[in-house]
Design a protein around this ligand. Structure first.
Ligand SMILES: [Zn+2]
Ligand SMILES: [Zn+2]
Ligand SMILES: [Zn+2]
Length: 261
């Protein structure tokens, strides 16, 4: 059996929030004040687990609280989509996993994203250590195209994200597509036949660098996977309302939700 069709691959939503999280600092809208825990969204990231190995997609600023919530003590590899703050600022939290595992952690990203991460976290990738800080022990690895990571086939593909390009991922039969306002034809080809799609939508209306809800739903409908999830949600989206509105087979994700791929 190939890992791509392995029934034991799971995706755990570490975080499902847009860039500022929900509740948003200083906001008293109904979603930010909602007692529904599914409306409490840390910044977006997923943990893909297969064969006892964990691949973390992005290191959200909330990685520490996400790991504590999930009892996570092992990260075998990290894959980055892009270098926006809400997807990378938890990088330093990987230090704790270095301590626990007594191992370095490989981090994979397309070359241009790796360059950005190296520039943003220069202390973590310099041997000089002028600042005298304890730094995470990471092994940068380029992800220029399809490759196997811990035995799982991973295919990156470029998608439009406002003025910049972002990377979406096919991991086995799972598509992780957040921070996107349009998918070029090559990406459409990569997504074909996927069983599970996780697609970002920050709000109902289209946004200059993100899908609106209808666009995200249309993207999922085009591929027609077994199941679709909406993530990267802002405080404009109430979980229960969204759940009632979405078509069959597509659900809003929430922090801590684990799905079989
Ligand atoms: Zn984002
Ligand atoms: Zn709000
Ligand atoms: Zn982004």
């Amino acid at each position: 059996m190939t890992p791509a069709s392995s029934p034991c691959m799971t995706a755990l939503f570490m975080g499902t929030g847009a860039s500022v999280g929900v509740p948003m600092i200083g906001c008293s809208c109904p979603v930010c004040l909602s007692p529904d825990r599914r409306n409490r969204r840390t910044r977006s990231s997923i943990l893909v687990s297969s064969g006892g190995k964990n691949i973390l997609v992005d290191t959200a600023p909330d990685l520490r609280s996400q790991a504590l919530r999930e009892g996570l003590t092992r990260i075998d590899a990290v894959v980055y989509t892009h270098a926006h703050a809400d997807h990378v600022l938890g990088l330093d939290e990987l230090r704790t996993f270095n301590f626990i595992m007594k191992e370095e952690i490989p981090i994979y990203a397309p070359p241009r994203v790796l360059d950005r991460i190296r520039a943003m976290f220069s202390y973590a990738f310099s041997d000089e250590n002028k600042e005298g800080v304890t730094r995470p022990r990471l092994v940068p690895r380029e992800l220029p195209g399809p490759m196997e990571i811990l035995g799982i086939p991973v295919t990156p593909f470029l998608v439009e994200h406002g003025p910049v390009m972002n990377t979406a991922l096919r991991i086995g039969d799972l598509i992780y597509l957040t921070d996107c306002n349009a998918v070029p034809p090559e990406g459409k080809r990569v997504m074909k036949g996927a069983s599970t799609m996780i697609v970002g939508a920050v709000r109902y209306e289209p946004h200059e660098s993100h899908f609106g809800l209808a666009q995200a739903v249309a993207e999922i409908a085009e591929v027609a996977p077994r199941q679709g999830y909406i993530t990267h949600l802002s405080h404009r989206m109430d979980h229960a309302t969204l759940e009632a509105e979405l078509p069959a087979g597509i659900r809003p994700a929430y922090d801590g939700l684990r799905v079989a791929v």
